[in-house]
Ligand binder design. Structure first.
Ligand code: AMX
Length: 444
């Protein structure tokens, strides 16, 4: 049986001529124009990134390797006694586009075990931080501390660096990072919230199950972890964490530097930190409005307007690309509705009420182009229900999942030899000149 790396090597070899031909023969074909509002407004919709790992349609939502979320869950081999695939099966699929056999999944699970040794100086680096540092700082520092192990950096410094095979050492780092990041995350959780009570990995368990085990969670949480990490893995290339990782790696910074930077982007409240903000908003709402009464749509409406009128965003709602409810939201909602206990949970019911109310309020407010919920509006309530109530940790969970997409993407970036990223800037005076010229041309 060919290994994952051998299958990947064959796929990259086969794919390369497509990229080379596009650049060589069709390099001048235009795929879009850039407007002044795109240049000033965060490059929204500017088509200048390429990935085949996932695609985000504004109306349909995400497809991983051509498959919707339900199709992905359906197609992949499941974890033992579970309706969900293992993260390892998903990793194989994300990297190659092939649905692995059970034997191939078992091989990835076994291989990750060999990579799960985190050097003790990583723990020292994290322990050296003030205990009230944000867990995303700890995750970013933990990743950077592991950079000493980078096989890509070692290959680059070996004097034998060769562009054609550079992807192989990125792949090695990528596998090390995805295998180790849940261990680092569990360490941070136990350090911060369980009085440094550290639990060793259980070599019999797959990644999701092992994460549940390390943070002292119950049997049912194993599926929560698998589902969570898969859903948060990839959202095409333009989001801040994926794009940052791609950008930093394009300078041939190794995957540790690149993903540590990606994690720093994920820590922004408009991006991954929104999951923590959603829980914070919802609990503050309960505290302020529902001490002596049950939540009602009227109270939720009032709280939403209070947020908007104070100039803040409603966390968990809106999206730069999506123009409908995020299927990652729906997938988690379905999980809640199918989980006895969770479907009747007070917080879940409140989140469901916000879902019924917020889109109308945002439409009336008239600013957000997408008034529908994104992934972050639903994820915290599941963690809360299972007892992971330290909501400043939620973005770390996002970061564990997002590692899969970012690492798969930069492995392919190197495989296809993507160039250092370097868009061109212009000055405001140039924009004003072009604006005047366009006005004159329109009036002639
Ligand atoms: N609440 C209030 N106002 C919102 C809003 C929301 N949820 N979503 C968008 N708006 C506002 C924007 O702030 C912007 O206002 P401005 O004109 O005064 O600057 C206006 O509506 C137009 O914005 P947009 O084009 O609809 O969105 P965008 O592409 O600029 O930003 C996003 C997208 C996600 C940052 C934005 O919708 C937002 O801030 N949402 C809340 C935070 C959040 O949930 N982030 C997580 C996104 C998913 C993820 O990455 N994890």
């Amino acid at each position: 049986m060919a290994t994952l790396k051998e299958i990947l090597a064959k796929k990259i070899e086969e794919f390369r001529p497509r990229t080379t031909r596009l650049v060589k023969e069709f390099g001048d074909v235009k795929i879009g124009d850039v407007t002044i509002s795109q240049a000033i407004g965060g490059a929204r919709d500017v088509k200048c990134l390429v990935t085949d790992i996932s695609y985000l349609d504004p109306h349909e939502g995400i497809r991983f390797r051509g498959k919707t979320i339900p199709e992905t869950f359906e197609a992949l081999p499941k974890a033992p006694n579970s309706n969900y695939p293992t993260v390892e099966a998903f990793w194989f699929f994300l990297l190659t586009g092939d649905v692995p056999t059970q034997a191939q999944v078992d091989e990835v699970i076994a291989e990750w075990k060999t990579r799960q040794v985190v050097p003790s100086y990583v723990w020292d680096a994290i322990r050296g931080l003030p205990r009230d540092s944000h867990p995303m700082v700890m995750l970013s520092v933990g990743l950077l501390a592991m950079q000493r192990d980078s096989k890509f950096a070692a290959f680059y410094n070996s004097g034998k660096f060769n562009k054609n095979v550079a992807w192989e050492s990125v792949y090695e780092d990528a596998c090390d990072i995805v295998a180790r990041i849940p261990i680092v995350a569990a360490f941070i959780y136990n350090l911060k919230y369980r009085s440094d009570f550290q639990v060793p990995i259980d070599p019999k368990l797959d990644m999701g199950a092992n994460f549940a085990h390390m943070i002292g969670q119950c049997e049912d949480y194993k599926d929560v972890a698998r589902m969570y990490f898969i859903l948060h893995s990839d959202h095409e290339s333009g989001n801040v964490s994926a794009h940052t990782t791609h950008l930093v790696h394009s300078a041939l910074s190794d995957p540790y530097y690149a993903y540590s930077a990606g994690i720093n982007g994920l820590a922004g409240p408009l991006h991954g930190l929104a999951n923590q903000e959603v829980l914070d908003w919802t609990l503050k709402f309960q505290e302020k409005y529902c001490k002596d009464q049950e939540p009602t749509k009227e109270l939720v409406t009032k709280a939403l307007w209070d947020t908007l009128n104070s100039g803040q965003v409603v966390p968990g709602y809106g999206h730069a690309v999506l123009r409908k409810t995020d299927p990652r939201y729906m997938s988690q909602r379905e999980f809640c509705l199918n989980t006895p206990g969770l479907k009747d949970d007070k917080l879940f019911k409140l989140v469901a009420m916000i879902f019924e109310t917020a889109p109308g309020v945002l439409m009336e407010h008239g600013k957000a182009k997408n008034p529908w919920p994104n992934v972050d509006a639903q994820s915290g309530v599941i963690q809360w229900y299972y007892g992971v109530r330290e909501w400043d940790f939620y973005t770390v969970l996002f970061g564990v999942g997002r590692a899969l997409g970012c690492m798969a993407n930069i492995t392919w970036d190197r495989g296809l030899g993507y160039a250092i990223e370097r868009p061109k800037s212009v000055t405001t005076a140039m924009l004003e000149k072009w604006a005047e010229e366009s006005k004159k041309a329109a009036s002639n």
